[in-house]
Design a protein around this ligand. Structure first.
Ligand SMILES: NC(=O)c1ccc[n+]([C@@H]2O[C@H](COP(=O)([O-])OP(=O)(O)OC[C@H]3O[C@@H](n4cnc5c(N)ncnc54)[C@H](O)[C@@H]3O)[C@@H](O)[C@H]2O)c1
Length: 364
């Protein structure tokens, strides 16, 4: 089992460990027992994940002598709402959860975000543990303490920062993950390779087949590298004031495509298209060489990810949604562009006309 420490500024939150391995639930329970963070744990999951893995998690916790119960919500983004949080809070109150209780998020990013949000507000804050079960949650959402729920006006508009006590990444969960969800997580890994680690990008190019076949050794290597990159960025910029914004690479166009398609395009697919758009724009503005743009486009494709925007989506609609994105500041859209692999930067004023042209050219 690998261990990566997230060292945070003590004035804001405590540091914590990310544990990564294959079949680590028993060891996880022992670490929780030793950590003594809560007298009683409540595992929050979605019905699908709870059905597949909830029993094993509860058995591992009981095996280490821990008191634990389970709460579930329906699967999917639709459950990422305040009313889900209120329902869970009422459930917790009925079960006498108090400040000596802790929450364990068992699931994908939706469960991590909802449970983290609830943990940050229930009785002014409970200890939180993340057990991410999707590839996206393992390399991204479970690390860094961002929590949130959606409102009718958009995604993640209500939220807090609430760092977990520990993160347990058990790669065995990925065995049951549907292919589309798995590929979606690969997009975030490609993103890390592009923005931060040319060696990781090369490893992805060399091991594309093994990775798509979910080879455990390759997965452990790239998941660990990804977690190290995310934790490094979070350590420098815990509350997303500056550097952490580079993690939005591919997300400006990506979020807009995802919502414009009514979520028919998955998050990872949309981010892949967004990354492809960002490298084309970077080249058009003469920051990135054509050779690097070409290399990145083919890395995206080799991961089984799309880089063309579906023809039936309206470019004007995508642009309008970009304007509504909460990352807009002072009326300008901040775009993460690239000088070369490992060298991203935030550009405050990409002409919208160029974005439109790029999206339209990607649709032919
Ligand atoms: N907090 C952050 O920093 C951060 C970062 C990135 C994304 N996010 C959020 O994460 C969410 C997306 O997360 P996601 O892609 O994990 O989606 P998700 O949580 O909806 O999970 C996707 C689907 O996979 C199923 N599933 C999960 N684990 C499984 C397993 N092991 N086997 C079989 N099925 C399984 C779930 O039931 C669900 O239907 C979005 O809401 C996004 O905003 C948050």
């Amino acid at each position: 089992m690998n261990r990566i420490r997230v060292n945070l500024d003590r004035r804001l939150s405590a540091s914590y460990d990310i544990h990564i391995g294959n079949g680590i639930l028993d060891r996880m329970a022992l670490i929780l027992a030793k950590g003594n963070w809560a007298a009683r744990w409540f595992v929050v999951s979605d019905d699908a994940v709870a059905g597949l893995h909830g029993g094993r998690v509860l058995a591992a916790l009981a095996g280490a002598g821990l008191r634990a119960g389970m709460l579930t919500v329906p699967p999917g983004e639709g459950a990422k709402t305040v009313s889900t949080c209120l329902g869970l809070a009422e459930d917790l109150l009925e079960r006498d959860a108090d400040r000596a209780s802790g929450l364990i998020a068992l699931g994908g990013g939706v469960i991590g975000d909802v449970t983290g949000f609830l943990a940050s507000i229930y009785m002014r804050g409970l200890p939180l543990v993340q057990i991410p079960t999707t590839l996206l949650a393992q390399v991204d959402s479970s690390i860094g303490g961002k929590t949130g729920v959606d409102t009718g006006a958009g995604k993640n508009l209500l939220g807090t920062f609430h760092q977990p006590k520990a993160v347990f990444i058990d790669l065995a969960f990925l065995e049951t993950l549907p292919q589309r969800e798995f590929t979606s997580g690969l997009a975030e890994i490609v993103k890390y390779g592009i923005i931060e680690d040319p060696d990781l990008l090369a490893a992805l190019e060399d091991n594309a087949g093994a990775l798509q076949g979910r080879n455990p050794a390759v997965l452990e290597r790239v998941v660990s590298s990804s977690c190290r990159i995310k934790k490094g960025i979070v350590e420098i910029d815990e509350t997303e004031k500056g550097l952490r914004r580079i993690l939005n690479f591919g997300h400006t166009v990506g979020h807009a495509v995802e919502t414009e398609s009514g979520y028919a395009v998955s998050h990872g697919e949309a981010v892949a298209m967004g990354m492809a758009a960002a490298v084309v724009i970077s080249e058009r503005l003469r920051y990135l060489s054509a050779e690097d743009r070409d290399r990145i486009e083919s890395a995206i494709e080799r991961m089984g990810l799309p880089r063309r925007v579906p023809r039936d989506l309206d470019a004007g609609g995508i642009l309008a949604r970009m304007g509504k994105d909460k990352k807009k500041e002072d009326g300008r859209i901040h775009f993460v562009l690239l000088k070369k692999p490992g060298m991203p930067f935030v550009n405050g004023g990409v002409p919208l006309e160029l974005v439109r042209e790029t999206i339209e050219a990607m649709q032919t």
